[in-house]
Design a protein around this ligand. Structure first.
Ligand code: 2U9
Length: 345
């Protein structure tokens, strides 16, 4: 009976092959497992008589050895197969792409603006985003009843009495104030940074945006210096192919004040919905620093004059890349962001 079983299983073991590890594992469980055939045969072996034990002991051990050898041989060949598969990999194939990020369009444009002014000798200055009333409003000649001082327009952090109001800055002009308070003319600097306004978020307005402002204070600085500097700036930014116009305007901190338009960068002045069919787009505000502001900052307004300007980086970026919804800048949708320059290190 045992001999019959051994003969049958011997030919099965000799014929066994496995292409995959799970087939080999099934073989191991069947023959060599704790509830397998060999274990069962050894159990039966305990019950046979002394005479049979002598013959079957040897046969059974040879059978067990055969199963183990077959198992080990196949295990080795399967392992070698995996190695061979590895060796077959074409090592000259290009590796998986390493995706690096891209610069945010606002950073690209801010850096471009900074570079243009740096070439004219301007330095970059920064200051706090949380400001007091003096640096954000009073020093800049904002009258007490000016609407920007209202909570509807400004995010106040602490609305107290008098001059101790603390707010999120509404423009980077406070950086110029600090610079003049703490230094001596000449000043030639640009101030990039984030500013806050208490606005409902929509395609055309946001509760924060980014500015670059500039200040040039020295003896004999004139309105023609302002015009020539800003004209040079827009030529560097948008190329030669456009017209410029200055329109009179009003800001509490400059006198006279102006706004600068360029012929629409999209339709080249023919009229489109980006320029509301006027052919012109406003790109910045500017003016001669009001003598009151110079005096507020400790600068002698009889000896020194200066010009200042301010622009929204979102606006400049919208015109450059034809972006029509401000919310795209802060949603961090990679489908939007990855369209911009990627070759940065
Ligand atoms: C000091 C004196 C003068 C900064 C200026 C503007 C004109 C201006 C706006 C452009 C679009 C703000 O981002 S915006 O909404 N800015 O039009 N800014 S002159 O003048 C200063 C600043 C500081 C001490």
């Amino acid at each position: 009976m045992m001999q019959e079983q051994i003969d049958k299983y011997t030919s099965e073991i000799k014929a066994f092959t496995a292409a995959k590890a799970d087939e080999l594992e099934a073989f191991r469980i069947k023959f060599l497992g704790t509830k397998g055939i060999i274990k069962d045969l050894f159990e039966q072996f305990k019950t046979v008589g002394a005479e049979e034990k002598r013959t079957f002991g040897k046969v059974l051990n040879q059978f067990k050895q055969l199963a183990e050898e077959r198992y080990n041989d196949i295990k080795e060949s399967l392992g070698a197969g995996t190695q061979a598969a590895k060796a077959d990999t074409d090592l000259t194939l290009p590796g998986d792409g390493f995706e690096i990020g891209s610069r945010h369009p606002l950073s690209l444009v801010r850096n471009e603006i900074i570079d243009i002014f740096k070439r004219l000798g301007f330095v970059v200055a920064e200051g706090p985003e949380i400001e007091d009333d003096w640096h954000n409003f009073s020093a800049l000649n904002f009258p007490e009843e000016h609407p920007a001082r209202d909570m509807q327009d400004t995010f106040f952090i602490r609305k107290g009495d008098g001059n101790d109001d603390i707010a999120l800055r509404t423009h980077t002009s406070s950086v110029q104030v600090r610079m003049m308070e703490n230094g001596k003319p000449p000043f030639r600097a640009i101030m990039p940074g984030r500013v806050y306004r208490n606005e409902a978020i929509s395609a055309r307005a946001h509760c924060f945006f980014h500015q670059v402002e500039g200040l040039y204070v020295d003896e004999n600085v004139s309105f023609s210096d302002l015009k020539q500097t800003l004209y040079h700036f827009v030529k560097e930014l948008y190329g030669e192919d456009f017209k410029v116009r200055f329109r009179p305007s009003y800001f509490p901190f400059t006198e006279p004040s102006a706004e600068m338009d360029i012929s629409c960068t999209i339709c080249k002045g023919a009229g489109c919905n980006m320029c509301k069919y006027t052919g012109w787009v406003e790109i910045l505000g500017c003016g001669m620093v009001d003598p009151n502001v110079l005096e507020n900052c400790g600068i002698d307004s009889k000896k020194y004059t200066g010009f200042a300007f301010g622009m929204g980086i979102e606006r400049i970026t919208n015109l450059k890349y034809v972006i029509r919804d401000l919310r795209l800048f802060s949603e961090n949708d990679v489908r939007f962001l990855k369209q911009f320059q990627t070759d940065i290190i």
